[in-house]
Design a binder for this molecule. Structure first.
Ligand code: 01A
Ligand code: AMP
Ligand code: MG
Length: 522
């Protein structure tokens, strides 16, 4: 797409994330953009722009330069918002790493991507891993203190580096790298171009009922390092001139209180967020009346939970968004209560149902299960996986992105979501590939065979269960083994089933469907 600029400040054709925010600041400089939950600090849009530009200059003074890749590895704190926006304003490629990963895995991601610096929590193990993975003298900035000779991000402000005036970047340039966990090995870096911004930001107002204006008050529940938390909660709210209420760490009673106290209007969460908030002792539907827009994504919301969510947020219009980090908003489902998982294509998105294992032009009949394919020509589509041309080619062959999710087209044209083509587990909106967990468990000397499966769960949508053939060992011991391994804690099995033998087919492949049925009924 060709970009044309007129005058100094007007961008035509494409808006990058910073364009959305600086233009919002021009519209309502004095409205509140951000409210911090830990300090009660409030930043107007004008102050946000000023602080981001000062931090961008500070990061430049620390040695970072446009187009370099820089990691952030932080929870949803205010400083993370500023760090992401400042790195983006400086022109670096912001690579957002899940702060729940163990230092070993985070270090491998940083090293593998040839990053030039990092902004992370002041945890000695994390900063040591970052230092080892980065070139000598690369800046490591920390939030919440300093450790291993890091510099404090909070005081990294304009310091001699002259920040060049903003000019809209190349639409095809990489803006952000978000990670999605891989079948084997490290998570894959999803390279997202600047031109993807509009489609990733504007679908929420178009589809979910948000209107422009400072009446929007969003609670920052979704993690910033995922596509939804960054684009749909943070950037969408700011680009609509609304206020984003930072929620530093998900704490259900605190989240419930924040909604009532601030009169939150927009809540975007994973099903697990709603499960937890409804269980909080202070939850009262009478305090939830300000919420007019409730959106969930990331995992299937179990029917009984959805039935409880509707009356719990009495004034909310509910929308279920199905999407992926790679293509964003592929499908949506307005007013989902009481319906099967029945979606229509999302705005800016075009989809088809392809034969499982077939070419992209082998389209399924109505009623026939197939893989959901998303037209990769849409602007919101990613560029590819960082340094993984083979995986990229596989996922984008023929110009359609393969989601790995099974759908069936109904006679009325809607699409019903029915499961996965592969064995991926989605727990609490986080992807977990069985192989990752199986590899760790197989390293224990008492384990002879293992198959990791997901079974339906009220809290997590799917719960990770390990089916193990082992000699004289119990679940608690294996749990300690997993915690001490390089596997992130949220990926480890919540239950163990000990079996004499794993069910296998003639080709010796584990029959996971059979295992799921057996374990579910126990
Ligand atoms: O036994 P312990 O102490 O280790 O247990 C800890 C954690 O390990 C465990 N835990 C989990 C999960 C999980 N996802 N599955 C299973 N266990 N997360 C945490 O819970 C215990 C408490 O640990 P915590 O750190 O205090 O956990 P919370 O902060 O309460 O975390 C739970 C959350 C639900 C908040 C968290 O899992 C979360 O933030 N989930 C949302 C993830 C998300 O943002 N998903 C969307 C990703 S973008 C891709 C996508 O689906 C999409 C959709 C639409 C993309 C684009 C579009 Cl348009
Ligand atoms: P990710 O690979 O992290 O980008 O997560 C995308 C995956 O999460 C999709 O392929 C689906 O399996 C799952 N997912 C996302 N949104 C929904 C939803 N609304 N309902 C069911 N599954 C979802
Ligand atoms: Mg997910």
């Amino acid at each position: 797409m060709m970009r044309q600029t007129r005058g100094e400040n007007v961008t035509m054709g494409m808006q990058a994330v910073w364009d959305h925010i600086r233009l919002a600041a021009e519209r309502t400089p004095d409205n509140i953009a951000l409210v911090d939950d830990r300090s009660d600090r409030q930043l107007t849009f004008a102050e946000l722009v000023e602080d981001v530009e000062a931090a961008a200059a500070g990061l430049g003074a620390a040695g970072l330069r446009p187009r370099q890749k820089v990691a952030t590895m932080l929870p949803n704190v205010l400083e993370h918002v500023i760090a992401i926006l400042a790195l983006h304003r400086l022109g670096t490629v912001v690579c957002m790493i899940n702060p729940r990963l163990k230092p070993e895995e985070a270090g491998m991601l940083i090293g593998d991507a040839d990053m030039a610096g990092a902004v992370c929590v002041a945890d000695p193990a994390i900063t040591a891993a970052a230092r080892d993975a980065l070139p000598m003298d690369a800046p490591v900035l920390t939030v919440g203190g300093v450790t291993n000779g890091t510099a404090a991000f909070e005081t990294c402000r304009a310091n001699g580096y002259e920040l060049p005036p903003w000019s809209s970047p190349d639409p095809e340039g990489v803006a952000f790298v978000l990670y999605t966990s891989g079948t084997t090995g490290l998570p894959k870096g999803v390279m997202i171009p600047h031109r993807a911004t509009d489609g990733r930001v504007l679908f929420a107002p178009v589809q979910c009922g948000l209107r422009h204006g400072p009446q929007n008050k969003a609670l920052g529940l979704m993690p910033l390092f995922h596509a939804v938390g960054f684009y749909s909660a943070l950037v969408t709210t700011l680009s609509l001139n609304g206020t984003y209420y930072v929620h530093s760490a998900f704490d259900p009673p605190v989240a419930v209180e924040a909604i009532g106290d601030h009169g939150i209007t927009f809540v975007f969460g994973a099903p697990a967020h709603f499960h937890a908030m409804l269980a909080a002792p202070n939850f009262d539907p009478a305090d939830m009346k300000s919420v007019d827009t409730l959106v969930y994504a990331g995992a299937v919301m179990p029917g009984p939970l959805l039935d409880r969510v509707k009356p719990a947020f009495p004034n909310a219009w509910i929308t279920n968004i199905y999407g992926t980090t790679e293509v964003m908003n592929a499908l949506y489902m307005p007013d989902p209560v009481g319906k099967p998982l029945q979606y229509r294509p999302g705005f800016y998105s075009s989809v088809r149902v392809g034969r499982i294992g077939g070419g992209v032009d082998e389209v399924c009949e109505v009623g026939e299960e197939g893989e959901l394919l998303v037209d990769a020509a849409a602007d919101a589509t990613f560029l590819g996986y960082l340094k993984q041309p083979v995986a990229t080619a596989e996922k984008l062959a023929g110009g359609w992105y393969r989601t790995g999710d099974i759908v069936v087209r109904r006679p009325d044209g809607d699409l019903e979501l029915c499961g996965r083509v592969d064995d991926m587990i989605v727990s609490g909106g986080e992807n977990i590939h069985p192989e990752e967990v199986e590899t760790i468990l197989m390293q224990h000397k008492a384990v002879r065979e293992v198959a990791v499966i997901g079974i339906p769960d009220d809290q997590w949508s799917e719960r990770v269960v390990a089916c193990v053939v082992a000699d004289g060992i119990d679940g608690d011991t294996l749990d300690v083994w997993c915690r001490e391994s390089s596997l992130a804690d949220y990926k480890r099995p919540r239950d163990y089933a000990f079996l004499d033998v794993l069910p296998r087919n003639a080709a010796n492949k584990v029959l996971r469907r059979e295992l799921r049925e057996a374990v579910k009924d126990n």
